[in-house]
Design a binder for this molecule. Structure first.
Ligand SMILES: Cc1cc2nc3c(=O)[nH]c(=O)nc-3n(C[C@H](O)[C@H](O)[C@H](O)COP(=O)(O)O)c2cc1C
Ligand code: SF4
Length: 474
């Protein structure tokens, strides 16, 4: 009732009605335009990001707004290249599906996301709950390793390297992500209650069926940055895959130590996924979702700077998460130095989530976040796979169109100078000043920039304007 009758377009949280309408319409390939002009209060909203388009520039936008939905927008960096990992690869999509386990989401939801990832040629992060048969529908995977080592543990819950190698060899896993923390509940373990531990969930996780399933709050395989890096190198050497970490940002000492040790020892993570405190979860205590860990922009910028100041930013792929499935947020993320973005709840919206906010109760009315077979039955994977793919493709298309408005060929080439943050009605501050960046921070290396321009202009001819007249001057 509240959302249909009372709420205004920009009132609902975490996603406003406008934001949800944009995702729903994009997912259904319906008209996702808005009429009359913005209803945002940009004259009076401090912190509002403004993207500064260029009048003349080298990248000319296609004339039709409908073009380029099918365009590939690959990552501007190759994950794992800097450390010569045998499985180094260039992700085909700058937008990818974030970690959400089978267990927090239904089997049909996981299958829809995986099929959708295949259709959109993007990566699908398994979440910490292991790989199930619903993850095997063509979408390539990032296998997440959480504190409970689900899917790669022995009967006592200890990490089992042989199992990890088996699981990685038996599925299209392109990279490993060690989960240190999640924005919505950093350093907090979890509990999947016994009634939710079905035979299929138990099999995916490698745990007994029908018993409470506990995730500890911290890892047992390492206890400081040095031993974390040893473990990263072990996993990379044993699997050949790029290895990254996912974390929310709180105390910065961890990140300084990590960057210092990477610089001094040559060991290192291939990618870093930063999750904002505004990020989602299946279930968490209010104090953690509301107050623990920095919001995305602050946390990401502080972390990125630590690596950039040590000259390490070109060797690491940076992934952002935290409402970055909306084009405006994503653009600020790319300007700050993201190479890829993860989308979690926006992908849930695309497969039918109505933001009923009952994910923690197992009564999700849309079948997305429940293990109740009757509720999940209504979510038809084939139909929803198309929707999630349409949504990912539309977001990618919008990111390219904004990049072109800024005069560059790829969202990763948008710089912190291309974005201002409004302070008041009469003043704004460039993004690099807000976050203490030097002007070149946030961009890929010159070699990576050249290569991504080549890749983008090879696949999509630039400029579809009218032919110049005989008296044209430039
Ligand atoms: C239902 C649900 C389950 C999640 N499960 C995991 C998980 O297993 N591992 C993890 O690292 N993050 C998990 N997350 C966090 C997301 O991967 C993501 O980082 C966060 O929601 C921010 O992205 P968003 O704003 O696009 O939702 C989960 C989020 C949701 C909503
Ligand atoms: S519809 Fe509600 S309960 Fe279901 S996934 Fe969305 S927010 Fe969670």
């Amino acid at each position: 009732m509240r959302q249909y009758i009372i709420a205004a377009n920009d009132e609902e949280r975490p996603f406003t009605r406008d934001q949800r309408r944009w995702v729903y319409a994009s997912a259904k390939k319906q008209n996702n335009y808005f009429g009359f002009g913005t209803d945002n209060d940009l004259e009076y909203t401090a912190g509002y990001p403004v993207i500064k388009h260029r009048t003349f520039a080298r990248a000319v936008p296609p004339s039709s707004p409908g073009t380029s939905r099918e365009i590939q927008v690959p990552c501007a960096k190759v994950i794992g290249a800097a450390r010569g990992r045998p499985g180094a690869f260039r992700p085909n999509s700058v937008v990818n599906i974030s970690a959400m386990s089978f267990g927090s989401l239904s089997a049909n939801a996981i299958e829809a996301l995986n099929r959708g990832a295949a259709l959109a040629d993007c990566l699908h992060n398994t979440g910490e709950g292991g790989i199930s048969r619903y993850h095997r529908h063509g979408g390539e995977l990032i296998f997440q390793i959480g504190t409970a080592y689900f899917g790669c543990r022995d009967a006592d819950g200890r990490f089992d390297l042989a199992k990890l190698k088996d699981v990685v060899a038996g599925a299209p896993v392109r990279a490993l992500e060690i989960k240190l923390s999640q924005g919505a509940k950093p350093t907090l373990g979890g509990l999947l209650p016994a009634p939710k531990v079905s035979a299929e969930i138990a099999a995916a996780r490698g745990i007994p069926e029908g018993r409470d399933c506990v995730s500890p709050s911290r890892h047992a395989e390492f206890s400081d940055v040095d031993s974390l890096l040893d473990w990263v190198e072990l996993l990379a050497a044993e699997t050949g895959l790029p290895v990254g970490i996912k974390s929310a940002v709180g105390d910065l000492e961890f990140w300084c130590d990590l960057a210092d040790l990477m610089r001094d020892t040559g060991r290192g993570v291939d990618f870093i996924s930063i999750d904002g405190g505004e990020g989602g979860t299946g279930a968490a205590p209010l104090i953690f979702t509301d107050t623990v860990s920095l919001p995305f922009q602050l946390g990401f910028a502080r972390t990125y700077r630590i690596f950039a100041e040590r000259g390490l930013h070109d060797d690491v792929v940076f992934i952002g998460a935290g409402k970055l499935g909306l084009p405006d947020n994503a653009i600020v993320g790319f300007a700050l130095g993201c190479d890829l973005v993860y989308v979690a709840r926006e992908a849930m919206l695309a497969i039918g989530c109505i933001q009923a906010l009952k994910c923690h109760t197992d009564t999700c009315p849309t079948g997305v976040a429940t293990q109740n077979a009757w509720l999940a039955r209504g979510l038809v994977p084939d139909v929803k796979a198309e929707r999630v793919a349409n949504y990912v493709k539309t977001l990618r298309r919008d990111l390219v169109k904004v990049a072109e408005a800024c005069g560059v060929e790829h969202p990763g080439l948008i710089s912190t100078e291309d974005v201002d943050i409004l302070d008041t009605r009469t003043d704004s501050t460039p993004l690099h000043e807000v976050y203490g960046y030097t002007p070149d921070m946030g961009l890929p290396s010159e070699a990576d920039r050249k290569e991504i321009v080549r890749l983008m202009t090879d696949v999509e001819p630039q400029g579809h304007s009218a032919p110049p007249s005989s008296s044209a001057v430039g």
